[in-house]
Design a binder for this molecule. Structure first.
Ligand code: FAD
Ligand code: 2HG
Ligand code: ZN
Length: 503
């Protein structure tokens, strides 16, 4: 049945209007490698400290290049000979123009914390790393509008606006390394989306170097601007395939006067949905996050030192946990509401929770780190109906068991966690090593499940190099045809992050 649906999707392609069917696909074009002449040019426009290359007169050591060629999960590896670290938009523009004229591929790179292999080259593209573009350009404490270079690290921006009693509208576990340009380019979701919405709403303007080197200056600070097509939206989530983001204008909300977190231990997953309804009803405007981790995720986080471990007595056989955060304007009011909620939950005739305890984000934020310490992770970042979270995790585990792959030398753990409030499950399969038989068991199995639930194969991490083949499970051929046409309009030579997003 599921396979039949995929076949139908492929047949639809042939019945597309010719204008979409023949959209030329830029990433299939042949690209050139960096050579001595290119290094000579880069050396004219950049100081020696901004060029790391095995081809330069002082060749970079292999391990120095390696860190830029390897992704965070240790699954994707590029073979770039050259990393460029421009300091200004003008330098980025000169590099990009040169590469476009010479048909050299470019892999834009931020903090390299992406989880889908988008931030490392597929072959030997030049890596343009934005780390040296790290200045705040302006901040208006009245409107809360921050304008910053794309290479600013998210945590640094959080620290910058904090004395003005503002916060960034986005927060995620990788905040100490990821850059605002990377966040925009992946349309990262994270832990504050429930409260502040997506970057499509909070990003007010962008400065982008287009694939021919032209600088698109849309770095406006206007809240309202209905002057035709909103071009900047195309770069939010484009994963570096349409240009290099060099500047970001973003609305930062006022910091809440009071914030509290509790972790609730639930006897069964079945209670998550009724709990979510109750929490939303009782906390209403002060609810700012509702995050879920299953028991396996909790155990791994605790095992690898992320957050406080509870006693077995405290947990009382809990099957999963929910982190509830409140953010509001008056501490006494918010505490009264939260305490009232906890009391009601614990004294109900059929309590939805075993226990609740005050917590920090460390436990929830630390799951990704813990998983990476445990082994190699296959990560599926999917949007599916909330009611199916548990079934999808359990059926994946059973599927792997039925293939004989659930043991210490293959798959060590299957776990689920994520953003309940956003309908986003992080299904992680932790293995001893990345093995073809595990990969074949997981795909297309998981993508077919997602498709049957009319979900998305990427809720927030993007497509990168990992999921280019999986796009049709979530997007129609009409949509993919339009995406290819847009790519061709911006990047006819296909130099910008080839092999990512579109096959
Ligand atoms: P990179 O990883 O360097 O790049 C990501 C993509 O964006 C690549 O395709 C790259 O080519 C492109 N890119 C980067 N900078 C630019 C630029 N200036 N112009 C054009 N293209 C660019 N993601 C979430 O959505 N939510 C989470 O909660 C979350 N938590 C995480 C927790 C941990 C511990 C880790 C390791 C990752 C997490 N991520 C999460 C994934 C990742 O951190 C985000 O995708 C983040 O936005 C990537 O930013 P970066 O600067 O590291 O970008
Ligand atoms: C999170 O929500 C991140 O913690 C990472 O999006 C998820 O590692 C993952 O699978
Ligand atoms: Zn997430």
């Amino acid at each position: 049945m599921l396979r039949a649906r995929v076949a139908t999707a492929c047949r639809v392609h042939r019945s597309l209007p010719p204008s979409l069917r023949h959209a030329r696909h830029a990433s299939s074009l042949k690209l050139n490698s960096v050579g001595a002449e290119d290094i000579a040019y880069f050396s004219k426009i950049l100081p020696p400290t901004s060029i790391i290359s095995s081809l330069s007169s002082t060749p970079a050591a292999a391990d120095e290049l390696d860190q830029f060629n390897s992704d965070w999960i240790g699954r994707f590896k590029g073979h770039s000979t050259t990393v460029l670290k421009p300091k200004t938009t003008q330098e980025v523009s000169q590099i990009v123009k040169w590469c476009n004229d010479r048909k050299i591929g470019i892999c834009p790179q931020g903090g390299n914390t992406g989880l889908v292999g988008g931030s490392v080259p597929v072959k030997d593209e030049v890596i343009v790393n934005l780390a040296n573009m790290n200045k705040v350009r302006s901040f208006d404490p009245i409107s809360g509008i921050l304008v910053a270079d794309a290479g600013c690290i998210l945590q640094n921006l959080t620290d910058y606006v904090a004395p003005h009693h503002h916060i960034m509208p986005i927060d995620l576990g990788a905040k100490g390394s990821c850059q605002i340009g990377g966040n925009v380019s992946t349309n990262a979701g994270g832990l504050r989306l429930l409260r502040y919405g997506s970057l499509h709403g909070t990003v007010l303007g962008l400065e982008v170097v287009l694939p021919d080197g032209t600088v698109l200056d849309q770095l406006t600070t206007l809240r309202k601007d209905n002057t035709g097509y909103d071009i900047k939206q195309l770069f939010i989530g484009a994963e570096g395939t349409l240009g290099i983001v060099t500047g970001v204008s973003i609305l930062t909300p006022p910091a809440p006067q009071a914030s509290s977190n509790v972790i609730l231990a639930l006897p069964t997953f079945k209670n998550v949905l009724p709990l979510y309804q109750t929490v939303k009803r009782e906390l209403s405007e002060i609810l700012s996050a509702f995050e879920f981790i299953d028991r396996t995720a909790y155990d791994l986080a605790v095992k690898h030192g992320q957050g406080r471990a509870l006693t077995e007595e405290e947990i009382d056989g809990a099957e999963c946990f929910v982190l509830v955060e409140t953010s509001g304007g008056r501490r006494e009011h918010d505490e009264e509401k939260l305490n009232g909620l906890l009391e009601n939950l614990l004294t109900a005739d059929e309590p939805l929770i075993n226990t609740g305890f005050v917590s920090l984000w460390a436990l929830r934020e630390g799951v990704t780190e813990a998983v990476s310490k445990e082994g190699k992770a296959y990560k599926y970042d999917i949007s599916i109906p909330l009611s199916t979270f548990e079934d999808v995790v359990n059926s994946t585990r059973e599927h792997l068991r039925s293939k004989g792959l659930l043991h210490e030398k293959a798959v060590k753990a299957v776990l689920g966690y994520g953003h309940v409030g956003d309908g986003n499950l992080h299904l992680n399969i932790v293995a001893d090593a990345f093995l073809p038989e595990i990969q074949d068991a997981l795909e297309p199995y998981i993508y077919e499940v997602v498709q049957s639930l009319r979900g998305s194969v990427s809720a927030e991490h993007g497509i990168g190099a990992m999921k280019t083949h999986a796009l049709p499970y979530s997007k129609s051929q009409v949509s993919i045809g339009l995406m290819k046409k847009i790519k061709d309009v911006f990047d006819p030579n296909g130099i910008m992050n080839p092999g990512k997003v579109l096959e």
